[in-house]
Ligand binder design. Sequence first.
Ligand SMILES: N[C@@H](CCC(=O)N[C@@H](CS)C(=O)NCC(=O)O)C(=O)O
Length: 217
Amino acid sequence: MGLKLHGSALSTCTARVATAIYEKGQEFELVPVNLVTGEHKQPGFLAKNPFGQIPALEDGDLTLFESRAIASYVAEKYKDSGCDLIRHNNLKEAAFVKVWSEVESQTFHPVISAIVHQYLILPLLGQQTDQAVIDANLEKLKKILDVYESRLKNSKYLAGDFFSLADLNHFPYIFYFMRSPWTSVVNDRPHVKAWWEDISSRSSFKKVAEGMALGQK
Ligand SMILES: N[C@@H](CCC(=O)N[C@@H](CS)C(=O)NCC(=O)O)C(=O)O
């Protein structure tokens, strides 16, 4: 039985999981969950994720939620095929993958997601954007990316000189952020810019990005 990914092609968290699956050379069935009609809050989906958020992955009798945990599961399950996203044969490299994955979820994500939410999501819901929230988070993002710039001066990717889950986890939000008027925050930092151009040219990302039509505004 194949992998079933319950979510939406437009959703950043669904995109994260889809990218991990493609990196491992696997396929999946996307089972659409309609957020507009609130399908994710109905019993059918709540049985898959009681928190009522997409995505959820079904792999046989196993059902998982939380996109980073799912991507990590995929990376473990298929560790011997495709790109080794977790450096499972090297304790130190694997530790750096964990460190920079935590940086993504704990430090980077809250800031960039606040900007994307204000700039892209609220207008779609017919709600007003709060420029003060965007500005405050842009300042925070600049400081975070200054740290990334220093890191990427010394290593090609975040966890080392190898592409990993830590880089992959960043993809969906930077993808949408790069559709905003503030791309200079990335492009003014040459090593961050080169890193983004490198990781976003991977075939797994390109395949997933095609489905993120929301970003083509
Ligand atoms: N931490 C969760 C967050 C999931 C999440 O925020 N999903 C969004 C779509 S990208 C969602 O379901 N939003 C609708 C809602 O929260 O009601 C993950 O990484 O899977």
